[in-house]
Design a protein around this ligand. Structure first.
Ligand SMILES: [Mn+2]
Length: 425
């Protein structure tokens, strides 16, 4: 389904005078307001294909109202809908084998019609697929059997091939490899096997591609994980070469990890290139980004902005930004609208931080002033700035309200049926 522009305009007209008042109030307080709005308009967050259907847990899956995308084409249409509403979801991230493009040229054209590009490709060696020769029960790239490692390497090379056809320029490798019990594997042996396997994948990367090495503290393995933290990911990335980088997924840390410090140091080393948004209270909960700890999200964004500026990086294009979440209880499209909004709010707050004032406070050990500067930005209601950026880019002032008032889900159910299930987690 396509969203007609006049429906967006009609809602925007009805909300405009209230928006204008709120925007003028905050705009008067912000230096270089147009530069801030431009950065917000340029910023795009990729939507992963697997977030478009209702997620599950290992205990069960409870379908939503239906209308889930049944094919790669319909997944692209769903992301196109989100992008039409908020103009900040201009990329889709695919997962192989769930999203193998039958006709890459047609898929690419369809994405272009919706204003979408293809973000990082994702491989899958954490599940066994039917017709697969060797099992990943005891790992993939770390496996003691060379034949299993070879299968995992070849799968990743196949993913690169699909990505090249679609115009993607990066591969994310997340490995479930590790062990559940002490003594199950030799840590150095698992690392060396994984490094050798990653090196073969790295060697198959086109020159303009990046390899993102994603780490995760635990789950599905509960004793050790072979790419378990940012130190291990950075070790692999440094050994592999200049096209390899670390990917930070917000949910992949042990509780209370100082993620903002991790981000700062990885940027300093020029080794951060991928970023996955979600939120959590206990572990890898995959909850909506910003729903549990928005202050932490702001602090992370503050380090992202400052660290990228220190290296003259382009906020919008030099890191791969993606949502990585999966839910049991919300309409997936509504959840993604909330997610993108939370990301834009944290980004806008980070853009408002008085960096020169903060540096001066740090230089004079004025701890109170430093905290005041951070919290001044965090406590500013930046929602009118985010809405203005959307408005200028042709989106809806209130995407969620428009999604609901047009009953987009109802239209999708009508088009696709009540019992459709998207492929994925
Ligand atoms: Mn992730």
């Amino acid at each position: 389904m396509l969203l007609e522009k006049n429906k967006i305009d009609t809602l925007n007209d009805s909300l405009y005078s209230g928006h204008r008042k709120r925007f003028d109030f905050i705009a008067a307080e912000v230096n270089n307001i147009d530069a801030v709005i431009k950065k917000l308009s340029d910023f795009q967050v990729a939507i992963p294909s697997w977030a478009l259907g209702t997620g599950g847990t290992r205990f069960g899956r409870f379908p939503g109202r239906g209308g889930e995308p049944r094919s790669l084409e319909e997944k692209i249409e769903d992301v196109g809908l989100l992008h039409a509403l908020n103009r900040s979801s201009g990329a889709i991230s695919l997962h192989i084998p769930w999203d193998i493009p039958g006709n890459a040229k047609a898929i690419k054209e369809l994405a272009a019609q919706h204003g979408l590009r293809f973000d990082a490709m994702n491989s899958n060696t954490f599940q066994d697929q039917k017709d697969q020769q060797h099992s990943y029960k005891f790992g993939s790239m770390q496996h003691v059997d060379k034949a299993v490692r070879k299968q995992a390497v070849e799968h990743n090379i196949e993913v690169i091939k699909y990505g090249k056809e679609l115009g993607s320029e990066s591969l994310t490798v997340w490995l479930a490899d590790g062990s559940c019990f002490p003594g199950q594997l030799n840590f150095r042996g698992a690392f060396q096997h994984t490094l050798e396997s990653l090196q073969e994948v790295y060697d198959a990367l086109p020159d303009n591609w990046k390899l993102f090495v994603e780490y995760k503290a635990f789950e599905p393995n509960f004793y050790s994980t072979t790419v378990g933290d940012w130190g291990q990911s950075l070790l692999y990335a440094n050994k592999l070469g200049p096209k390899a980088y670390t990917l930070v997924d917000l949910g992949h840390h042990l509780p209370n990890a100082n993620i903002e410090q991790i981000v700062s140091l990885l940027l300093m080393e020029g080794k951060l290139a991928g970023f996955h948004f979600n939120d959590s209270k206990y572990g890898d909960d995959d909850l909506t980004v910003g729903s549990i700890n928005p202050y932490q999200l702001f602090l992370i964004f503050k380090e992202l902005v400052e660290g990228m500026d220190a290296r003259n990086m382009n906020h919008a294009s030099d890191l791969g930004w993606m949502i990585d979440a999966s839910h049991n209880v919300k309409d997936p499209l509504e959840d993604l609208l909330q997610s993108v909004e939370a990301i834009m709010i944290a980004y806008a707050q980070a853009l408002l931080v008085d960096e020169s004032g903060l540096k001066a406070a740090q230089a004079s050990n004025d701890v109170v002033k430093a905290q005041e500067i951070l919290q001044q930005a965090y406590r500013t209601d930046v929602r009118p700035l985010v809405a203005e950026a959307r408005l200028r880019a042709g989106g809806a002032l209130d995407p969620l309200q428009l999604y609901r008032s047009l009953d987009v889900r109802g239209a999708l159910v009508k088009e696709r049926g009540e019992n459709t299930v998207a492929t994925g987690l």
